[in-house]
Design a protein. Structure first.
Length: 134
């Protein structure tokens, strides 16, 4: 357990150091769960990144998919897509439990308080899924 001995100093560090941890060394994970894949701008509430960090990959875990309609989505950092190729598409009829790696990232650096949002450009209400970038 961490406790403070003095302002800005942390006890309980396994190395015995009392140095203040740097926030940009903490893992950064962005995660959303959707109960519908219907097309929507700002399909998830926008949120602010909790600290500065980097992400290396984004994944989509399918819970259920639509048999006929693919899911296309885009993740934005301050209004700019994070993907090199723009919106990403997951095939219609994707099996439950499938983990899909979304495309290569154009943006990997996330800054504290960046505004992160997701748009679903096409899909269907049958899509239930989780997106995670880490």
């Amino acid at each position: 357990a961490l406790s403070t001995a003095a302002a800005g100093k942390w006890w309980g560090n396994p190395t015995g150091s009392t140095a203040t941890p740097a926030y940009n060394t903490l893992p950064l994970t962005l995660s959303w769960t959707f109960n519908s894949g219907a097309a929507a701008t700002d399909a998830s509430p926008r949120f602010l990144a909790g600290h500065t960090g980097t992400i290396a990959n984004c994944y989509l875990l399918t819970t259920t998919s639509d048999a006929a309609t693919a899911l296309t989505l885009n993740i934005f950092d301050g209004g700019t897509t994070i993907f090199s190729a723009g919106a990403q598409t997951v095939t219609a009829g994707t099996a439950a439990g499938t983990l899909t790696t979304l495309g290569s990232l154009a943006t990997t650096a996330i800054t504290n308080n960046d505004k992160i949002s997701i748009n679903i450009t096409s899909g269907a209400t049958d899509w239930v899924f989780t997106v995670q970038c880490k």
